[in-house]
Structure formats: C-alpha cells, structure tokens
Design a protein around this ligand. Sequence first.
Ligand SMILES: [Zn+2]
Ligand SMILES: [Zn+2]
Length: 290
Amino acid sequence: MRLGVHVSIAGGLLEAVARAKRLRCTTMQIFSRSPRGGRVLPLDPRIVQRFDQERRAAGIDPLAVHGPYILNLASPDTGLWTRFATLYAEEYRRATQLRAQYLVTHVGSHRGEGESAGIRRVAEAVSLALATRSDVIILLENTAGSGQGLGYQFEQLAQIRELVKGQERVGVCLDTAHLFAAGYAIHTADGLEQTLTAFDQVVGADQLKLIHLNDSKVPFQARVDRHWHIGEGQIGFEAFRRIVTHPRVRSLPLILETPKDTEAEDQRNLATVRRLAQSPDPENACHATN
Ligand SMILES: [Zn+2]
Ligand SMILES: [Zn+2]
C-alpha cells in the first residue's frame, strides 16, 4: 500500500519533504504555489533538484501536485477562462519541473451555462496544457456535486476525457468524501462494488490512478464537500476497512486530505488507515478461527 497525505509547502519544498518523511509517507501531494492565488514565484531549479532527490531517497513516490482552487476551467466568461487556462498550462509545466507523476485537477463550474458547454471548456483547457511535452498525467478529480460544479458523475469525467486532445495523458482521481456526498454508496459493501463497476464501465478501469481518502462530515448524497477524519465521519470505520482492503484500492496510491491544525492529526489518520488495512474484516476473521 502506498499511503501519504497532502503536505503543506509552508517553509518551502524541502520542508514539505521533511514533513512527509516524519509522517512515514510513501506517496505525497503538494500545491506548487498558494492554492488561493497571489503571486507565483518561479521554481528554483537547485531546490527542485534537492526536493526530488530527497523525496526519491525516502521512497516517496508517486508525487501528485494539486492544481490551485481558484481556477475554473469550465468558466463561461471568455476573458476569465483564458486567464485560467493560461495559469493551468503554467501549473502543468510546474508539475513537470517538480517531476510529479500527476496533476490533480478540479474540473470547475459551468456557472449556469449548462453541463455540456462546461465540459467542452474544461476539455479545451486540458488540451492546451497538454501541448507541453511532459510525462505528467492530468487526473480529473470527481466532485461532491455542489452548485453548478461538474465532475460529480463518472459520465462527465468520461466525456471530458473523450474530448481532450492528448487523452493518453489524462486519468482520474477519485475522492471518497466526494463520491459519498455525490451519491455513490461506497459506505456499503454492495455499493462499493457497484461504484467500482460503474467506474470501469463508464470511464475504464485503467484510468483510475489515485485515491483521495477522506471521510465525510456530511451525510450520504448531501452534495457538499466537507472532509473529515478517517472513520470518524459519515462513511465510518467499517466502510473504510472495506475500502482500504479492497484489491482495487490497495493497488493505488492513497492520499489523505483530512483536516489538520497539527501534524499529530495527520499521524492519527495515517495510523487509522494502516490499522484498518491490516485488520481482516470481522466476517473473514470469524471463518479463520473456525
Ligand atoms: Zn481536490
Ligand atoms: Zn480531493
């Protein structure tokens, strides 16, 4: 199992890798810049090289970069969309410089223009970014489905991917809190299987590259995005035991984006996942003793 967290870059990239090492991460996610906007400094090649060396020496692989929240690649406003698409292409180049494997991407909100128009805009922005020669795979992240946001149904992610020029460099990141809030019943045994089967049919099994492992503070189908500590939210411990021991999920890198004021909270959530991943489910344990 490759397990890590979204690590803060406060203090710089080298501080980020030091945090990931302290947490015994075997994968990690970062922002390449402040996620809420502001001035973007160019990456220092010497720092990037040390970051890369230290990360690999610590066995932290893959690296995912999460795109900034401020971008709306589905924006119907042409001026805004052009700005966002330009920033996004720059983010793709930064992820390349950082030698990341993945750039996790929010597909954005159509702002009333309709889903199909929004989907075309996102696909165009992703295609523009992919004009840069790079090995970085763009991962479209599913959403909780609040407001006019796109990406809460597998069909939408598949449609975006279909329209992209360079789609061999596009995959999907599934966030468990978003799945649950959007109405995918991953909290039940049957629901988990049905969700994965639906994904395979609609998007394709090979396209699933990364899991964001988060519990949800809001109930099933709430269509609101509120991450919570693993097992302590509405998805719950038993469901997470099934999720993290599922052969499909186990084989993918898992990144926690659970709330934290201190590193201790990351430590606690990581410990929970490690414990659940090792404990057989109660039914199988019962058979084993008979
Ligand atoms: Zn995200
Ligand atoms: Zn996420």
